[in-house]
Design a protein around this ligand. Sequence first.
Ligand code: ATP
Ligand code: SF4
Length: 334
Amino acid sequence: MKAPVLEIRDFNVDYGLGDQAVRAVRDVTLTLHRGEVLGLAGESGSGKSTLAYGVTRLLPPPGVISGGSVIYHPPGDQPYDVMGLADAELRAFRWAETSIVFQGAMNSLNPVHKVSTQMLDVIRAHEPQLTPPARVARAKEMLKLVGISADRMDAYPHQLSGGMRQRVMIGMALVLEPQIVIMDEPTTALDVVMQRQILAQLVELRERLDFSVLFITHDLSLLVEFADRIAIMYGGRIVEEARSAELYKDSLHPYSEGLLRSFPALRGPRRELSGIPGSPPDLRGMPSGCAFHPRCPHAFDRCSTEIPVLGVPAARNDPNRSVACWLPGRVPVA
Ligand code: ATP
Ligand code: SF4
C-alpha cells in the first residue's frame, strides 16, 4: 500500500446542537492512499455525503463537526490538519489540493457562459501566473483528457449531453491537478453505459496524473469494478473495509453481504438476488449495540447491547481488512 494522502481520524458530525443534535457520522477513521481509488458505499442516509462535506469543511448548517481530525499529506511537505486551516488556506486547499464533484454537478455549470469561459475562470483564479495562451492550452488539454474535443470548448452547457457536461465537471475538478478528487455520486444521473465509460476514463486518468479518488456511491457494483479498496458505511459508521476483489469474493460483514446480494453477479455463476430486509436506521432513534442488528439475519444477544469495534478480523489476520461485527472470527484481534 502506498503512503497516505488523507487520514480521517475519529471523525464525528452532528446535525443540530444540544438536545436536538443527531449524529450522522460516528467515529469514522479512514485512510486514502496516494494514487488509489477508494470507494465508499452504503444505502441512502448512511452518512456518505455528510462525511464528504465534513472532511472538506463544506458542511452547511445545521451540520456541525463535533470531533476528529483530517490530516492531509502534501507531496514533499509536512502533513497538516484540514480542520485547523484558516479560511484563505482552506479555499486554496479545496481547489488546488482537493477537488470535489458533487451529486448532479453537471447542472451546476452556469447556463449563460460557455464551457471555455467557466474553465478559464477557475484557472485564472487559482493560477494567476499562467499567461492567457497557457490557460487556454491547459483547459483544452484537460477537456481532451476527459474525452471532449477542443472544438466543443466554446459550446454552452445546453449544447452538450448530460454525459458531456459531467465530463466537463470532472475536467474542471482536475484542471488544477489536485492530489485528491472527492466524487459524491457523480454519475448517478447518467445511464449505466455512460456511468461506466466515465469511471473507466477516471481510473485511466488517475494512472496518468497520479491523483487519489474518494468515490462515493450507493452502487456497490460500480465500486467492485473500478475501486482499489472499498469501505462500507452503515448508520454513520464504517462497518467494513477491504480490497475490492476481497470484499466481492469474501465479505465479512452481514450488511456488506446484503449489499452484494442486491445486484447480479459480475462474473461466474448466477446468484439469487435478495437485498436487505427492513430500512436504514433513523438517526433520532439509533438501535442500541450494532445499529444493523434489527435487520441482521445473524444477530445474537451481544449485538443489541455492545457496539462492535472496527478492526482486523481475527480469522483473516490481514492488516488491509477491517470489520465491525461480533460474529466468531470477525471480532478484531486484540
Ligand atoms: P444519500 O446517498 O441519499 O445522499 P448519504 O449516505 O450520503 O445518503 P447523508 O446525506 O450524508 O447520507 O445523510 C446522513 C444522515 O444525515 C441522514 O439520516 C440524513 O437524514 C441526515 N441529514 C442530512 N442532512 C441533514 C440536515 N440538513 N438536517 C438534519 N439531518 C440531515
Ligand atoms: Fe449482525 Fe451482530 Fe454482526 Fe451486527 S454485530 S452485523 S447484528 S452479527
